[in-house]
Design a protein around this ligand. Sequence first.
Ligand SMILES: CC(C)(COP(=O)(O)OP(=O)(O)OC[C@H]1O[C@@H](n2cnc3c(N)ncnc32)[C@H](O)[C@@H]1OP(=O)(O)O)[C@@H](O)C(=O)NCCC(=O)NCCS
Length: 383
Amino acid sequence: MTKNIEKNIAITGTGLFVPPCAISNEQLVNSYNGYAEQFNADNAEAIENGDLEAMEMSDVAFVEKASGIKNRYMMEGEAVIDPALLRARLSKEADDDIYGEPVSLKMSLGAAREAMEQANISGEDIDLVIFSSSVWERIVPSIACEIQNKLGTKGFAYDMAMGCSSATFGMSAAMDAIISGMASRVLVITCEYITPLMNHRDRDSHFIFGDAAVAMIVEDESISQAPNPFRVISRKLFTDFSKNIRAGFGTRMMAEEGDDVMENPDWRFSQSGRTVFRELIPAVINHVKTHLSDEELEVSDLRRMWLHQANIHMNQMAGRKLLGEEPTMDTSPVILDEFANTAGAGVIIAFHKHRADFKPGEVGVICSFGAGYSIGSLLVKRI
Ligand SMILES: CC(C)(COP(=O)(O)OP(=O)(O)OC[C@H]1O[C@@H](n2cnc3c(N)ncnc32)[C@H](O)[C@@H]1OP(=O)(O)O)[C@@H](O)C(=O)NCCC(=O)NCCS
């Protein structure tokens, strides 16, 4: 763990970009079931002979009960709920290509502008942009460099990734840059344009994710122009290799034999949900407890926990074990009912939407967890 030894560092602004298509469980499940029924009808003979497995139906009540998710936002929601497609697909009218106007750029700029406004700064006040997301729309040139170019920020910019902990690890990298003197004001963006990676024909995971982008201004507190920012008391990061949350998408796809490369489910997201639940939650509880004791703080010193937003039962269990009582919207706010799992962005959406009531001196913890495995926590105090 690295403490803020020489400088106080604060989060002085956050921003959120919400994609245009709201998709309910009913819409998603009806589309999936429409596709599955057609598949079963088209392949009735092979299914009857035992050569092919019939697709099982998805269920609205299961989705809400198992996950707590009721809705999600998507950039290409209409294509995802088209039973003939069931996958994200850019419209034919999209006249710019991936090097012209990437989807993630639009999402990132929307979030960044709100964060900059909150922090009372403009592009030229920023000297580092970190694009830290679990998915990237393209490999090079860096999306961070393109954001730097569009916003007119100074210094340098780079992309990084750490699954669902991308925002917390990104803010930690921003703090390192400030402590070392390489930067004084950093824009961190976690843009999860993640639904194209999902296999919406997979009943077990078709409902889990939504798209969203968040932005955070992390800066040397002595130059902050924001009223009552959140000082980062300290941060703590943890990783432990696991294949239980996986997406094989990458350069190897292009080296695979055969022409049906996009049909290989290994490239898409999949997980062993129950195992993740069982392994990750105890690690998260231990992590937060250790982080607090490192700072000679008690759980009772926490006004609020902003937790990663993947599954309501995970958050309830973590909250219950940490707080010693059932978490409430006040002690551990939930946004996954509206946004679903937005990978690295979820924990910051919770912080963005549920912090205005914090009084000076009150302390909270921002804690992400997920693929890697990875856990990242920041103890913050309103000043
Ligand atoms: C994915 C998750 C929601 C699944 O919930 P679950 O209660 O564990 O459900 P299971 O996968 O054990 O499935 C239970 C049953 O429902 C069925 N089922 C799965 N998806 C279904 C769907 N969409 N509709 C209806 N039934 C479904 C399963 O086939 C299984 O049936 P069976 O009992 O006959 O075998 C849950 O495990 C989870 O969210 N885990 C944490 C994962 C996580 O947060 N990962 C981090 C990602 S960043």
